[in-house]
Design a protein around this ligand. Structure first.
Ligand code: NAI
Ligand code: MG
Length: 341
């Protein structure tokens, strides 16, 4: 039976990496009817007067699953992030960002295999901001709740247990932010008691950054609050070849929106230079969510073969191929992987 999935190509490099990913998905033979929603973010403002029109949320609520390219957010002014709004309005509380080494990319480590679980709906992204223009005093409040903390930490432990992962590390700043980060840590310690098969430790966030760049092999699943998770996941991407190769998923109890970690990359948009690997790996996560295991394995194997052969790679990982040339090469390897299985 065909799946129906909402598709948001986004802007910047979004449409390019989406086109490349659809090409690879075609090679899997999985039937997907796409509900295209092109006008979102700045492109929606003119037509609808809002960057996130209700019909887009309705489409995702109806189909339950979306694949999404990046959407630009104006810096320091203008509309609030559509990406953050989507996660909050659909209550997609778990942002899951696997980060593992690929063969053929030169990095200081070749055995990184981490998953970052970022709380996705509250913390410093809660949108509770005040500005007093007379005194020039600004507040951004990091709201942490027991409910929000429990569900992301439990989600991380349940994932670790199900997938045979050995360690959960909770990253925090409870020495300084005694109330908000302190409560998050306390709840983590409580929940860890329910999962005797999974080891648990915690790290203060600044030390966590140093540990990750020196000893990434010592870490496995990392659970943390919204801003720390945002920063840590770009750092972790840097360990395995950059933002062009790292996938992501926003998961809630009712809906899931699959999007790569990277943004709209205005510096390379429209030039055919973007690496679609991040969104292809994201699509692999989506296929697993849709119970298309064989197709997901073929995408994984097709990508691995492509990186092992290391021809036709994009410029960010040392090659000269265009976005679509690389996608064609991966699609061929996916077809080969499927024929073999
Ligand atoms: P960015 O992730 O767009 O780019 C950072 C650097 O990584 C740039 O040098 C870029 O060229 C490179 N890069 C990113 N993705 C790549 C890919 N697939 N292949 C090759 N190189 C890649 O982050 P930046 O510049 O901070 O943000 C740009 C815009 O994207 C902002 O408006 C930001 O708000 C938005 N953004 C949107 C996200 C989303 O839609 N979920 C996530 C992050 C940022
Ligand atoms: Mg980010």
């Amino acid at each position: 039976m065909a799946h129906t999935v909402t598709l948001l190509p986004g802007d910047g490099i979004g449409p390019e990496v989406v086109e490349a990913t659809l090409h690879v998905l075609d090679a899997t033979g999985v039937e997907i009817d796409w509900d295209w929603q092109e006008k979102v973010g700045a492109a929606a403002m003119g037509t609808y007067g809002t960057p996130l029109p209700d019909h887009i949320l309705d489409s995702i609520r109806e189909h339950g699953v979306a694949l999404k390219g990046p959407i630009t957010t104006p810096v320091g002014k203008g509309f609030r992030s559509v990406n953050v709004a989507l996660r909050q309005r659909l209550d997609l509380y778990a942002n899951v960002r696997p980060c593992s080494s690929l063969p053929g990319i030169e990095t200081p480590f070749d055995d990184v295999d981490l998953i970052i679980f970022r709380e996705n709906t509250e913390g410093l992204y809660a949108g509770i901001e005040n500005y007093d223009p007379r005194l020039e005093i600004a507040d951004s409040i990091a709201r942490i709740t027991r409910k929000g903390s429990e569900r992301i930490i439990r989600f991380c432990f349940e994932y670790a247990q199900r997938e045979g992962r050995e360690l959960v590390t909770l990253a925090h700043k409870a020495n300084i932010l005694k109330r908000s980060s302190g409560m998050f840590l306390r709840i983590g310690e409580e929940i860890a008691g329910d999962f005797p098969d999974v080891a648990f430790n915690d790290r203060i966030i600044d030390n966590m950054c140093m540990q990750l760049v020196m000893y990434p092999e010592q870490y496995d699943c990392i659970v943390t609050t919204n801003l720390f998770g945002d920063i840590l996941s770009d750092l972790a991407a840097g360990l395995v070849g950059g933002l062009g190769v790292v996938a992501g998923a926003n998961i809630g109890d009712d809906y899931a929106v699959f999007e790569a970690v990277h943004g709209s990359a205005p510096d390379i948009a429209g030039q055919g230079k973007a690496n679609p690997t991040a969104l292809i790996r994201t699509a692999e996560m989506m296929l697993r969510h849709l119970d298309e295991k064989e197709a997901a394995d073929a995408v994984r194997d097709g990508l691995n073969t492509s990186y092992k052969q290391a021809e036709h790679l994009t410029p960010d990982v040392g090659g000269e191929a265009s976005t679509m040339d690389f996608a064609q090469y991966v699609a061929d390897n996916v077809a080969t992987a499927l024929a073999r299985s």
